[in-house]
Design a protein around this ligand. Structure first.
Ligand code: PLP
Length: 413
């Protein structure tokens, strides 16, 4: 993560990749410019040993290329594209792999912004959408798709696992088997997984049968709550499509963001490991607390359950996102959030500082109420993103904020 893909001799010996704040690149000759464009537009295959040259920062830029090459390593992907936000990564994939009349299958809950794009934008361009929940087993899911009457149109599957904010798990390999039943001679069914919650460290969806993996790089990859970015990874063919649409939507990350992400990658692993260690302590503390009715954390899934089996097959660690239900409702949840002193009351996740939020009224406010109830996003649910502070400080803060919450028990005569 510190040197891969960067050649100091191309940048006056600078030990770190400089920020290439330039819109365009000077060609050595008109012939060279023509050759670069032939490759950029796929007019011919590369000659042996030929590399794609730098043209224009909407198409390619050294900071983004080096970043993409480094990100590829985590997921062992053939190619990567970085975007100006996680939402632009996700929406570009949905737009590229779906067309009017197609059916999209998606796991629910999903991040509120993604849910909005799926349920409010895609129908406007004639894409049909069908949600499913983590409790559905293989046959049930297959029947659910058939019952939609649109199974012959299934073209793309969007999965988010673990799901934001409930930490519920979707079996990616099972979804691959289900999706493959609906492949026809003229139509593949692609699967894209939003891997934001696990970051590039704790889960590798391409190895589980997904075609594409997507990230809000704003979260763990950026990791310092100071930028917005996204990434998509997959095989060369699918990424060729994603990169082409990115070129024409013009939603690539800026060179400055690319440079900041390069710096973040150097500490990605140690940051994420420190956060996870802290999260395990926090989850165990909450699990024993009398004002907490339940904790949703991957590290607390009971052995022998279906979820435990999925967790063990898919994830190499429980991560740093802890969701819990406070004893009470919105009033008690808000009292807790307003009483925090060290943990910041803010949306987003995966940054060095611990954050707390109330999904029902904040990140998932746009999701229909009856749907929120169905997926277990209640007034009592609080989401924590655990940072790199000392875990005793985080627990001290959570403990004192819970002390401030007065639970009013109904007294029955
Ligand atoms: C799981 C998940 N996916 C995608 C996004 C969207 O990413 P961005 O805010 O970088 O556009 C978020 C943001 O919170 C998220 O939590």
């Amino acid at each position: 993560m510190m040197s891969y893909g960067y050649k100091p001799e191309l940048s006056e010996g600078a030990i770190k990749c400089p920020i290439f704040l330039t819109s365009t690149f000077v060609f050595k000759s008109a012939e060279e410019g023509k050759a670069f464009f032939e490759l950029a537009y796929g007019k011919r295959e590369k000659n042996p040993g030929e590399e794609m040259g730098l043209i224009y920062s909407r198409i390619n830029n050294p900071d983004l290329e080096i970043l993409e090459n480094r990100l590829r390593l985590w997921d062992e992907a053939e190619d990567c594209a970085v975007f100006e936000s996680g939402m632009s990564a996700i929406s570009t994939v949905l737009l590229e792999f779906l067309k009017p009349g197609d059916l999209l299958l998606y796991s629910s809950p999903t991040y509120g912004g993604t849910d909005h794009f799926i349920n409010h934008f895609l129908p406007k361009i004639g894409v049909h959408t069908l949600g499913f929940t983590s409790d559905m087993e293989e046959q049930e899911l297959t029947d659910h798709i058939k019952a939609s009457g649109m199974s012959h149109k299934l073209a793309h599957v969007h999965l988010e696992t673990p799901a934001n904010p409930t930490n519920s798990l979707i079996d990616v390999t099972m979804c691959r088997r289900v999706a493959d039943q609906f492949v026809t001679a003229d139509k593949p069914v692609t699967i894209a997984v939003d891997n934001t919650y696990m970051g590039p460290l704790w889960q590798h969806p391409l190895k589980l049968g997904a075609d594409l993996v997507m990230y809000s790089a704003t979260k763990y990859i950026g990791g310092h709550s100071d930028l917005i970015a996204g990434a998509v990874l997959g095989n060369a063919e699918n990424m060729g499509r994603v990169k082409t649409l990115r070129t024409f939507l013009g939603n690539m990350a800026s060179p400055h963001t690319g440079w900041m992400l390069l710096r973040s990658l150097e500490t990605l692993k140690i940051r994420m490991e420190a956060m996870q260690t802290n999260a395990i302590h926090v989850a165990n503390f909450l699990n024993e607390h009398s004002k907490v009715t339940a904790v949703k954390y991957l590290g607390l899934i009971k052995e022998g359950t279906r979820d435990y089996d999925i967790y063990k097959r898919q994830c190499s660690g429980p991560g740093a996102m802890v969701t819990f239900f406070i004893d009470g409702g919105e009033k008690e949840a808000f009292k807790f959030l307003n009483s925090l002193k060290l943990v910041k009351l803010a949306v987003s996740l995966g940054g060095t500082e611990s954050l707390a939020e109330h999904p029902k009224s904040m990140t998932h406010a746009g999701v229909a109420d009856e749907h929120l109830a169905h997926i277990g996003v209640t007034d009592a649910l609080v989401r924590l993103s655990i940072g790199v502070e000392h875990y005793e400080d985080i627990i001290w803060d959570i403990s004192q904020a819970l002390e401030e919450v007065k639970i009013e028990k109904q007294v029955t005569a």
